[in-house]
Design a protein around this ligand. Structure first.
Ligand code: B12
Length: 484
């Protein structure tokens, strides 16, 4: 069957201020959708992937029309839902009823029926949870001309009513999955992470495990109740996929596991396996501060890792506890210190607007970030995505907008009872100014410039920094443009 998997059109300015978008925009590969594509290809379907991050809406519709698929699957985050609906409506208008259209991804997984209730008849169904085998089975049913009754992981329209089928169990044998269909991405050089967060191009994204056993209140997980904790792939399967990526010409890999150190010994095996196989690539990973130590970080370094991301989040212990991070300020300090001592660059995201946080505590977090002195720091606004504990308990913590396009860590979606929106936006701007405006930091960056790529990313960062100082309220709410 001809299947089109689509990410609706969006532009950086939908999320970031046009003044700083160039230094903030991230184009990691959409691995989840590529896994679905790979399973459908293995089944013999003719699969086309269209990424609206690089395709304007009208061109996207043209491509769909020209390909004339029988099945269209549309990916959506909370931020992207309005665009997903528009995309489905325009495809429906172009192709009528002889195309089956379904939604999938984080937002449909979190709200299920609501996707069909809040959209006319554009969508025939919603795939919730992991989509590989659910989507494959939908196509089997469509080819057999049989309905979707009982098909796990689906919400569908049955005449006038909406039927929610039972949940599909999570995939435990992840090694049975084919490697994501990265060859469908076209020009892999388009998929670059934010400036200063990669060393070589093209950059592949790879996942060695799924899920997390932590319960941070703001974090969206397909496995909402963390029933399965972390499901690990075999070390050889991971190393084989790395080799596969290198054969495809990738030079750098971003491991997007929530933590690569969920199992210490396994993490050590992966690092040693990369070295033993002599795999020449640079890589970037994330880990929890209380899962790493110097020997592991040294092993990562020796295996080509150049940077690590630690979710610091706050410089106030009370607020770390409020988000159920399960870490301490001292653990953050010692992990960052150990990583820098073995020569790794350290990236630490922080967030403002934590339930119970005050403006003064936000200033304390900025002081903590300056004292911690990581190489890269990001200052988000906590965002209560549907499907998270924070979203499900909003009345305890604060107020939220119903503007789905605000769900972008940029600061418009949620305000705790203890702060104002303006205070959150002010703290974000102040944090970026104080952190990146330090003469010592700028001098360190200038002395580290090694390549044209470094120069380019430094120029983008410098432009953003100038705007941070030149314009107040730089992060005030983004007005989303129409789907273009
Ligand atoms: C890679 C990534 C990106 C990439 C690519 C996203 C894309 N698809 O275009 C980039 C960098 C562009 C990106 C951007 C953003 N992202 Co992002 N991103 C991720 C990340 C780190 C990994 C996604 C992944 O591959 N996961 C692994 C696979 C296995 O899971 P999955 O993607 O959910 O896929 C499974 C199912 O959802 C389903 N499925 C997936 N695609 C499809 C498609 C169809 C048709 C079907 C039927 C099923 C299906 O089957 C898949 C396999 O089982 C996730 C965090 C995470 N760990 O998931 C955040 C995440 C998805 N992003 C998030 C957000 C908020 C954003 C941004 C708004 C952030 C910002 N400020 O820029 C933008 C919005 C972009 C958009 N178009 O909507 C949130 C979404 C939360 C929510 N409920 O809305 C997440 C969950 C992070 C978090 N925990 O908060 N992101």
């Amino acid at each position: 069957m001809r299947c089109a998997l689509v990410i609706p059109s969006w532009v950086p300015e939908d999320i970031f201020s046009s003044k700083t978008a160039a230094s903030q925009i991230n184009y990691w590969q959409p691995l989840g959708t590529l896994y679905v594509a790979a399973v459908l290809q293995k089944e013999g379907h003719d699969v086309r992937f269209i990424n609206g991050a690089f395709t304007r809406h009208q061109d996207l519709l043209e491509q769909i029309k020209a390909f004339h698929p029988s099945f269209v699957g549309i990916y959506s985050t909370t931020f992207g839902w309005q665009k997903a609906k528009k995309t489905a409506a325009d495809i429906r208008a172009t192709m009528g009823r002889d195309v089956f259209i379904c939604a999938g991804g984080p937002y449909p997984t979190a709200v299920k029926e609501r996707c069909l209730q809040d959209s006319g008849t554009e969508f025939d169904a919603v795939v919730y949870g992991e989509g590989e085998y659910t989507t494959r089975e939908i196509l089997q049913r469509l080819e057999a001309g049989s309905g979707l009754a009982g098909l796990q992981g689906v919400v569908f329209r049955d005449g006038g009513s909406i039927v929610t089928n039972p949940e599909r169990p999570l995939i435990n044998d992840l090694d049975s999955l084919p490697f994501p269909a990265r060859e469908l991405l076209g020009d892999s050089n388009l998929y670059i992470p934010p400036p200063a967060t990669y060393r070589r191009k093209p950059v592949a994204v790879l996942m060695t495990s799924r899920g997390c056993n932590r319960r941070c209140i703001y974090c969206f997980q397909l496995d909402k109740e963390r029933k399965s904790g972390i499901r690990f792939r075999g070390v050889d399967s991971v190393l084989d996929e790395i080799e596969h990526c290198l054969r495809q010409g990738y030079r750098e890999i971003k491991f997007i596991d929530d933590t690569l150190a969920g199992d210490y010994d396994r993490a050590m095996q992966i690092a040693r396996g990369i070295k033993d196989r002599g795999l020449d690539f640079s890589w970037f990973a994330s880990a929890c501060v209380n899962q790493v130590d110097r020997p592991l970080l040294q092993a990562f370094r020796d295996a080509g890792c150049w940077a690590i991301l630690f979710g610091a989040e706050s410089g106030v212990q009370k607020n770390l506890n409020a988000i159920r991070k399960g870490t301490t300020l001292e653990q953050i300090r010692s992990a960052v210190r150990a990583a820098q001592e073995v020569g790794l660059r350290v990236s630490t995201p922080f967030m403002f607007g934590i339930p119970g946080e005050t403006y003064e505590e936000g200033l304390e977090t900025i002081r903590f970030a300056l004292d911690l002195n990581p190489d890269i720091a990001n200052f988000h606004a906590i965002t209560p995505f549907p499907g998270t504990y924070l979203y499900d308990n909003l009345d305890k913590f604060g107020t939220v907008t119903d503007e789905l396009s605000d769900y972008t860590y940029q600061g418009a979606a949620f305000v705790p009872f203890t702060m104002t929106r303006d205070e959150i936006l002010k703290l974000r701007q102040l944090a970026f100014k104080r952190f990146y405006g330090r003469p010592s930091f700028i001098l360190r960056r200038v002395l580290e410039l090694r390549s044209l790529n470094d120069l380019r990313s430094a120029a983008k960062s410098a432009r953003s920094l100038l705007w941070l100082f030149a314009k107040d309220n730089l992060f005030s709410r983004m007005k989303q443009g129409p789907v273009s």
